[in-house]
Design a protein around this ligand. Structure first.
Ligand code: FES
Length: 170
């Protein structure tokens, strides 16, 4: 890989350069990975390779850290990213059944994205609106009092929205 093949944003490479000047640069790895995930939504193989090159650590060290912590995503999110709150209040109100309904409808597990890239699901901690339990977020929108029986219809309307938005932008 040549320098010009690097993809990371300048803000991130500047941060890595700063980390390299510190006493134990590798101890900043998690912070670096957080910045990358914040920027790109997930950690790609290429980006992890680039971090390893720049920090002068083995790629296996970077990918080992990335896979150890469940909050790092190794695949891109879907067009609609569904975060299902699994906090106590939501769990008591049946969030696990809501999650199951999404898993059954989409055929994917937590942390996965459908093969067409439209949907991804993730479990989330309390998002602070427990009175609306069970709660989920789809991208930035909050949905409260969600019932498992509503999941199929909700996905159909999102699919229609996706098709519409894709048609408009084509
Ligand atoms: S536990 Fe789900 S919003 Fe608080």
């Amino acid at each position: 890989m040549f320098e010009e093949d690097y993809n990371l944003d300048k803000e991130i490479t500047d941060y890595i350069d700063w980390c390299k000047e510190q006493e134990h640069p590798e101890s900043y790895l998690i912070a670096i990975l957080h910045k990358i995930q914040e920027k790109y939504g997930y950690l790609s193989q290429e980006n992890m390779y680039e971090v390893a090159q720049k920090l002068r650590v083995p790629t296996s060290f970077v990918s080992g850290v990335a896979t150890f912590y469940h909050y790092f995503r190794l695949k891109p999110r879907g067009y609609f990213h569904i975060s299902i709150c699994l906090g106590t209040a939501c769990f008591v109100k049946g969030a696990d059944l809501v999650l199951k309904a999404f898993q059954n409808e989409l055929g994917i597990e937590i942390g996965e994205t459908t093969s067409d890239g439209v949907f991804s699901i993730e479990g989330a901690r309390c998002i602070g609106v427990c009175a609306l339990a069970p709660v989920l977020m789809i991208n930035d929108a909050v949905y409260g009092n969600v019932k498992p029986t509503q999941v199929s219809e909700l996905l159909s309307s999102l699919r229609a929205k996706y098709n519409q938005e894709k048609k408009v932008s084509a």
